[in-house]
Design a protein around this ligand. Structure first.
Ligand code: SF4
Length: 318
């Protein structure tokens, strides 16, 4: 139920002034220690500049490296890594369309295809899905973690349940609450979130026990780096899964993977494949993901400059 709730919520939240993604690592010292269900990215002033670089994710190591569009720098000086690894990172950034490569004095050199904008992330909202509040699992601990860390600008709980005062009392005050009906796609705001402070230090809860809680203090610079990584991931990834490779697979009008045999939206990773008695392997149906993302969100499929590789090979490094 949670999977279908999540996809329906992502579809309902799409609009041309934001980007929607799902299942993103949101810890700082342990990025995968906390996975947020849905992330909303609202554009900042530099968004068009970021969108013009590439529709994909730009590798964080390339963004954080001392290389810009001004002058070409030897690959092994840009990345403080063993040479083979430095070249692999550079190649990934070239593939993404952010770096371009050339030769100078017998060495591989790189430079950025554009200045990376520092102000393209307007805000990041984390949404935790709990369709049924009757089985909350570790919801409270997850929301406490998000609020203490303050990595996102705001945190929201989305549920299909009727929300009682007792439910509200059990979650942190700063967390907003939405009631969402996945069938109709309608959303009722029960409580608005209180803005968090991503520009200030935060506390990452590493383990929480009855007698002992381990934490890490996170400075604003580490949060900013992590936010940029999350935003890059969100921008490149979106939320639509690849449809299953099955003759019964279809996609809904808004791009959710659908099974014509069982007549429902499916989780390709869990419902399909060898474990399914009705599976008949075939090429996945066209998902229309790129067209839908481009039409329905702020994401740009084909930047006006031509997208990745638009300038590859045009420069001569002297
Ligand atoms: S693998 Fe099974 S659940 Fe998935 S699309 Fe095919 S028939 Fe449907």
């Amino acid at each position: 139920m949670e999977y279908r709730f999540e996809l329906a919520l992502c579809a309902a939240l799409e609009s041309t002034d934001r980007v929607v993604s799902r299942q993103l690592g949101a810890g700082v010292t342990r990025p995968g220690g906390r996975i947020v269900d849905v992330c909303l990215l609202e554009p900042g002033p530099g968004f068009p500049d970021r969108a013009a670089i590439t529709p994909g994710r730009i590798p964080a190591m390339a963004i954080e490296a001392p290389v810009g569009p001004g002058s070409a720098v030897p690959v092994t000086e840009v990345f403080d890594l063993p040479p083979a690894r430095a070249h692999a990172v550079a190649d990934a950034a070239v593939e993404a369309g952010y770096l371009e490569k050339g030769r100078r004095d017998g060495r591989d050199v790189v430079r950025a295809t554009a200045r990376y904008p520092n102000d393209w992330i307007g805000s990041l909202t984390a949404i935790e899905n709990k369709p049924d509040l009757g089985t909350p699992g570790d919801l409270r601990a997850q929301l406490r973690y998000d609020v203490a860390l303050g990595l996102f600008d705001s945190v929201v709980l989305a549920t299909a349940s009727y929300v009682t005062r007792a439910h509200l009392n059990r979650i942190p005050d700063a967390v907003g609450v939405w009631r969402f009906d996945p069938e109709s796609g309608t959303r009722e705001v029960i409580r608005d979130p209180t803005p968090l402070a991503p520009n200030e230090p935060g506390v990452e809860i590493l383990t929480e026990g009855s007698t002992r809680t381990d934490i890490a203090l996170i400075d604003p610079e580490a949060k900013a780096r992590r936010r940029r990584r999350i935003a890059e991931r969100a921008y490149g990834k979106g939320w639509r899964p690849t449809p299953p490779g099955c003759v019964h697979a279809e996609t809904t009008a808004d791009g959710q993977p659908y099974c014509g045999h069982f007549d429902r939206v499916v989780d390709p990773g869990r419902d399909c494949g060898e474990g399914c008695v009705a599976c008949e392997p075939a090429d996945p149906p066209p998902s229309g993901r790129e067209r839908l993302r481009d039409d329905r969100t702020a994401w740009v499929a084909e930047p006006s400059g031509g997208g990745p590789h638009r300038q590859a090979g045009l420069f001569r490094f002297g």
